[in-house]
Structure formats: C-alpha cells, structure tokens
Design a protein around this ligand. Structure first.
Ligand code: URA
Length: 209
C-alpha cells in the first residue's frame, strides 16, 4: 500500500488556509503554491543519498556530507503542475524537468496522454511527479503508468491537497509510489472537485476564469 505523508507543519497549515481562501488573488496564490511546493519537497527529498567528502573549515579539516547524485527529475502534470516546479528547483537546482499533458477521452472517460517531454535518461532518475490536486487519481495513475513504461522505478507523487478517492486509486494501481500532500480533504463533489479544496488550481494560478 502506498505510504501517505501529510505534512502538518504549522507553516504549511497556515499557507494551506491562505491558499484555500477564495479571496486570495492570483499573485499571492502563485506565491503560495511556490512556497508550499518548496516546503513539501523538503520532506519528499529526505531519502536522497549522500556521500562524505573532505573539506577544510577555517578551523581545520573535516569530513562532511553532500548530495551524491544529481539524478532527480521533476515531472509536472499540465497545466497546474507547472506552478509547483520552481518551488522544488529552488531546493534542487540540478533536477531535470519533464512535462506530461493528459486529457479525458469523452467516450471512455479514461485519461489519454496528448503531450509528453521527459528527460532522455528518465529511467535512471528518481522522479517526483507534481500536481497540486490529487482528485480522482485518474490522471496521476495514467501519468505514473507512462513513466513506469519508460523504465523508471523510483517514483514519488507530490500534491498540495489530496482527496481520499485519489489516494485510494493510487494505492490500488501504484502501491509502491509514496504520496506527499499538505492536506487530506473530505471528498470529491459531483464535478470532481475536492471539498473543501481550493477550487480549480489551474484557473487560480493562471487567471483563466
Ligand atoms: N483539479 C482542481 O484544480 N481542483 C480540484 O478540486 C480537483 C481537480
């Protein structure tokens, strides 16, 4: 079963409250998505491997640890996932970035990939998939399917708000993928929006409503 990590740090809870508020305007909303992504990625990168190197402080020589590989890829699910990328790159500047776009087929209601541009060495990278809202989980599952087909084995999923329905879906189809979220909400409404959620993350990030 997928491990779910809900980050309940006071700073994160505070920012989640601000981002939920319908009176929070686009500029502040974007900044909050950026800051929350930065804070969540702190936890999502906890397992990065380190190596010991020798350095010299002004006082003397010592051994100290640095990140051993630069093999992380952040994959943004279009379009709202774009808002989370910079917040992560501030912590891990050498990470490569990929993009995946999915639409829902009107007949089968299954997600179909319409755009994918991933780092060429994706199979050797530790992947963090980002999408602010884990709602039904359909897109997340399809995106993970796609990345696994490329040969990638180490995949984490990072969102701001998750619904139980999305978590159940990920646990069913990809139990090996750890989920990081800042909040776990009550449910989905009949339109597939998370309740209480924050509304449409893409519209609020890009001002399209
Ligand atoms: N996507 C969103 O942007 N918001 C939701 O509540 C669910 C999916």
């Amino acid at each position: 079963m997928s491990e779910i990590i809900i980050l309940d740090h006071p700073l994160i809870q505070h920012k989640i409250t601000l981002i939920r508020d319908k009176n929070t305007q686009m500029k502040e909303f974007r900044e909050l998505v950026d800051e929350l992504s930065n804070l969540i990625s702190y936890e999502a990168t906890r397992e990065i491997e380190l190596k010991e190197i020798e350095i010299e402080t002004p006082i003397g020589k010592t051994k100290s640890k640095v990140i051993s590989g630069k093999n992380i890829a952040v994959i943004a699910i279009l379009r709202a996932g774009l808002g989370m990328v910079d917040g992560i790159l501030k912590l891990i500047p050498p990470a490569k970035v990929g993009h995946i776009g999915m639409y829902r087929d009107p007949d089968t209601l299954t997600p179909v990939e319409y755009y994918a541009k991933l780092p060429s060495d994706i199979k050797d990278r530790k992947v963090i998939i980002v999408d602010p809202m884990l709602a039904t989980g359909g897109t997340a599952v399809a995106c993970i399917d796609y990345i696994k087909k490329c040969g990638t084995v180490d995949i984490k999923f990072m969102c701001l708000i998750a619904a139980p329905e999305g978590i159940n879906m990920l646990q069913k189809y990809h139990p090996d993928v750890k989920i990081y979220a800042a909040a776990l909400d009550d449910r989905l409404n009949s339109h597939g929006y998370i309740v209480p959620g924050l509304g449409d993350a893409g519209d609020r990030l890009f001002g399209t409503k």
